[in-house]
Design a protein around this ligand. Structure first.
Ligand code: GCO
Ligand code: MG
Length: 404
């Protein structure tokens, strides 16, 4: 059966924040969508796609997903990197969507079928004080969440990672030059253990508790924190150290049994092979969008399965509902699923990306429609033009740059 690609285009829209979407159409008029959003560097991916990738897709066989992945990866000669791998992911995800629609099956069926009924998600509790965060955790539990990430503002540090301003939802990207935020690891380490003590005292141990340190500590500092948090039995401590330094995790591992998670900034299996094969982490957090699409993410998760590492797919709001739809099909099918991050999108984002996945009892459920079960409303997308935005940067008290 022939199913040639006749159109491949890139749609940029900003319903509250920027999203980049690849849309592929076959000669039979079947369409597929893929997320290619790289927060704060969106237009680099748009250029890579429109100038270098879309022209290669016209006339190719849409059913050949693996071959197209290899063609774009090996064919570039220049390998890996967030821009390349996000662009490939957009195409790959759209081709899986098309394959599902042609087969008349939701994508999780193409990946081997159901391994679980629902996908456990974790929500984001945040507060400008420990009290506020503790209360917010309670509100998530009332709404049925089984897993909650807790973040609190650090006294003296304006713009702490993970905390929205004025009780607003947390959205790090902003217009203008990158926001400059102060950072002090000693201030953080003095404050944060109390949060987990208070959360467990108030709400007990009957739910999963998570925390994101966002790449800020040295291996030794991280080992100390992981040890201090052991009594509170975290589900995971995320990104304790800058993620690209794989051997740093050995130091943390030597000193603590607190489970470790990392991977949202990774784009290739070669970023995390040592972390996985040496069992230095418990959860690998790579996403469909940033790690080369469903095709490449599957390889990472298969390697992880062999070594007892589970998944914890990145699901911040800077990944579009197209990414979330795809992630849920992967989460539903793989044997080594751990948890899925879930920050609900704004209503205007959902209007641009109508989708069939839904939340109930602390779980997300993928759409049963053929393909991914998500689409882009191009008219709605057009009414939200691109708005340049940057992620913040972090500086220490002496003005030097730190990891944000
Ligand atoms: C998370 C992440 C995000 C990132 C964001 C950057 O765990 O959800 O750390 O909050 O900072 O995705 O674009
Ligand atoms: Mg994170």
């Amino acid at each position: 059966m022939s199913m040639k690609i006749v159109d491949a285009k890139v749609i940029v829209t900003s319903p509250g924040r920027n999203f980049v979407t690849v849309k592929i159409t076959t000669e039979d008029g079947v369409t597929g969508v893929g997320d290619a959003t790289l927060n704060g560097r969106e237009m680099a991916v748009v250029g890579y796609l429109t100038e270098h990738v879309c022209p290669l897709l016209i006339g190719r066989e849409a059913s050949r997903i693996e071959d197209t992945w290899q063609y774009l990866y090996k064919g570039a000669y220049w390998r890996r990197g967030p821009v390349t791998m996000t662009a490939i992911a957009g195409v790959d995800t759209a081709l899986w969507d098309i394959k599902g629609k042609v087969a008349g099956l939701p994508v999780y069926q193409l990946l081997g079928g159901r391994s679980r009924d629902g996908v456990m998600v974790y929500g984001h509790a945040q507060g400008s004080t420990i009290e506020e965060t503790v209360d917010e955790v309670g509100r998530y539990l009332e709404r049925g969440y089984r897993a909650v990430r807790a973040q609190t503002a650090i006294p003296g540090l304006s713009g702490t990672y993970g905390i929205g301003s004025d009780g607003e939802r947390y959205e790090p990207a902003s217009s203008g030059l990158p926001e400059e935020t102060p950072w002090s690891t000693p201030a953080y380490l003095n404050h944060v253990p109390e949060l987990f003590d208070r959360v467990r005292r108030e709400h007990g141990y009957g739910f999963h508790l998570l925390h994101d340190a966002h790449h800020r500590m040295s291996p030794n500092e991280a080992a100390g924190l992981a040890k201090a948090l052991e009594p509170f039995r975290l589900f995971w401590l995320e990104d304790p150290t800058p993620a690209e330094d794989q051997t740093a995790f050995r130091r943390i591992r030597e000193h603590s049994t607190t489970p470790l998670a990392t991977g949202e900034i990774f784009n290739s299996i070669h970023d995390c092979d040592r972390l996985i094969t040496e069992r230095l982490i418990d959860y690998i957090r790579t996403s469909v969008t940033h790690a080369g699409g469903i095709t490449h993410l599957r390889r990472i998760l298969s390697l992880a399965e062999l070594h007892g590492v589970r998944s914890g797919s990145h699901g911040a709001t800077d990944l579009s509902p197209v990414c979330m739809a795809a992630a849920l099909h992967v989460d539903t099918a793989i044997p080594n699923f751990g948890v899925q991050e879930y920050m609900p999108h704004e209503e205007r984002t959902n209007e641009v990306f109508p989708h069939g996945y839904h939340f109930a009892d602390g779980h997300l459920y993928p759409s049963e429609d053929p393909g991914l079960g998500v689409d882009i409303d191009e008219n709605a997308a057009e009414s939200h033009p691109y708005e340049p935005a940057y992620l913040p940067v972090a500086r220490l008290h002496d003005g030097s740059m730190h990891d944000w």
